[in-house]
Design a binder for this molecule. Structure first.
Ligand SMILES: Cc1cc2nc3c(=O)[nH]c(=O)nc-3n(C[C@H](O)[C@H](O)[C@H](O)COP(=O)(O)OP(=O)(O)OC[C@H]3O[C@@H](n4cnc5c(N)ncnc54)[C@H](O)[C@@H]3O)c2cc1C
Length: 432
């Protein structure tokens, strides 16, 4: 049988690894993972790539090497179409940076197809946003942000010698976890750059505005956590503006609904997610208003039991009528559940079971300054707010769980060791 997984992110990479071990090793079934990138980086780390706290070159994982080690095949390509009758997908033509063809359009058969394509930032059709602001959807965008930031700080350092009022302004739309974490990371980067030769920089020259349309930042988290993060950011000098709806983006400025212009050297849009519009109506599969594929409890799409959807691109309803949130922990859990159901389906053993989302809480990391969040579960008897070292430990654990699912205990242990060594031998920031 051919089991094809499209999208090697938080969910897809874990699923391909598990299926590779179960079926690929003994060549029982062909497991193929497709991604449009050659390397995998856990998406919640993207803001650290943008700020330079993390180096893509060191921390990303080669799909080909991983596939070789875990008994599945990797194909570089971008999903274009799905033919449900022929049970075949089409990958678009692959071209290099100069537009030269590397690979022609390709067709691939499947018996089971898993859509794990993640999501992209939702600009809600706001005029000018796509043209003038940066999204943090993919490593390339985060790296572009990082280059822009370094150049900006270099320029500021130069002008600060003669102009005491010189400043570097960053405006971020979206007071969710991405916007909040990015604000704190940027503050840390700015201060660290002083140690790396940009000695004219003064903390007050960094002007970060975090713009949130709702009444508070981190709306998905309990109020006291959002209050604590708000206070922490303000102490760092971040201007947190709630009830500020951005209606338009122009070159180097956001315009609010009230007509106010918020000028900035870099505009970042980090508000909301959707599945790219290009996938709306793909193969007649049912989608919701943000183009996520509607799935049954089994994680099979409502229209086709040979097609599963997991992670951010899946619309999965919980018992309370709410939808499973687009988070790394959901993608991780869905990958585990889809693995069990796919095994049952292809082996014809037992009934497929329904996925139940387990909310273990949410954590927000304010760079090296603080971590805040809530833990959920029977031990905590509901929700418990945590802060500081324990919160930081739990935050890092989420990534370690992803690494464990990909590499197992031994290799994850080695990675942790190499991370510790890198902390000593490498600069604290990516400086180029
Ligand atoms: C900056 C940032 C910070 C975040 N922080 C947190 C956090 O702290 N905690 C948390 O729980 N969640 C966080 N999230 C959300 C979390 O990253 C996502 O919920 C999670 O990654 C979803 O996993 P996924 O497997 O569905 O998709 P992804 O991890 O996004 O993976 C999708 C994969 O599909 C590939 N792909 C896309 N389109 C195609 C195509 N057409 N053809 C082939 N391949 C394709 C992509 O290259 C990618 O590898 C954060 C997100 C961002 C952007």
């Amino acid at each position: 049988m051919n089991i094809v997984i499209v999208g090697g992110g938080a969910g897809g990479a874990e699923l391909a690894t598990r299926l590779g071990h179960k079926y690929g090793k003994r060549k029982k079934h062909n497991i193929t993972l497709i991604d449009r990138n050659n390397t995998h980086l856990w998406k919640p780390l993207l803001h650290e790539v943008a700020s330079g706290s993390l180096d893509m070159g060191v921390d990303s994982l080669s799909y080909r090497a991983h596939a070789y080690n875990h008994h599945f095949r990797f194909k570089l390509g971008s999903l274009e179409a799905v033919d449900r009758e022929a049970q075949e997908i089409t990958l678009s033509r692959l071209v290099d940076e100069d537009g030269n063809e590397i690979l022609p359009e390709r067709k691939l058969p499947y018996d089971i197809l898993v859509l794990a394509l993640g999501s992209v930032t939702n600009d809600f059709g706001t005029p000018g946003v796509r043209e003038h602001s940066i999204f943090l959807d993919a490593p390339k965008q985060a790296e572009r942000f990082h280059r822009k930031l370094l150049n900006g700080l270099l320029k500021l350092n130069r002008s600060a010698m003669t102009d005491r009022d010189a400043a570097y302004r960053i405006a971020i739309v979206g007071g969710g976890a991405t916007g909040v974490e990015l604000s704190a990371e940027l503050h840390h980067t700015f201060n660290t750059m002083k140690a790396y030769g940009l000695s004219e920089l003064k903390t007050e020259q960094l002007k970060i505005s975090l713009l949130e349309a709702g009444p508070r930042i981190l709306p998905a988290l309990p109020e006291r956590i959002s209050g604590s993060a708000h206070k922490e950011l303000e102490e760092l000098g971040v201007q947190v503006r709630t009830q500020t709806m951005v209606a338009e983006a122009q070159p180097n400025r956001f315009i609010t609904k009230d007509g106010e212009a918020i000028e900035a050297d870099i505009l970042v849009w980090a508000a909301g997610v959707k599945v790219p519009d290009a996938f709306k109506g793909l193969a007649g599969l049912e989608t919701n208003r943000i183009n996520q594929w509607q799935v049954k409890g089994t994680l099979q799409t409502t229209e086709d039991e040979h097609i599963y959807a997991i992670g951010d691109c899946a619309a999965c309803m919980m018992a309370d009528g709410k939808q499973v949130p687009p988070r790394a922990q959901s993608a991780h859990q869905m990958a585990t559940h889809a693995f069990k159901n796919i095994c049952r389906q292809i082996e014809g053993k037992g009934e497929l079971t329904d996925y139940v989302y387990k909310d273990y809480g949410s954590l927000v990391n304010l760079s090296r300054y603080s971590t805040v969040g809530s833990l959920m579960g029977s031990l905590t008897r509901g929700s418990m707010m945590i802060e500081g070292r324990i919160a930081r430990f739990m935050y890092v654990s989420l990534y370690r769980m992803h690494q464990l699912a990909l590499h197992g205990w031994f290799r994850t242990g080695l990675r942790m060791l190499s991370d510790s060594i890198n902390k000593v031998i490498r600069p604290r920031l990516k400086l180029h």
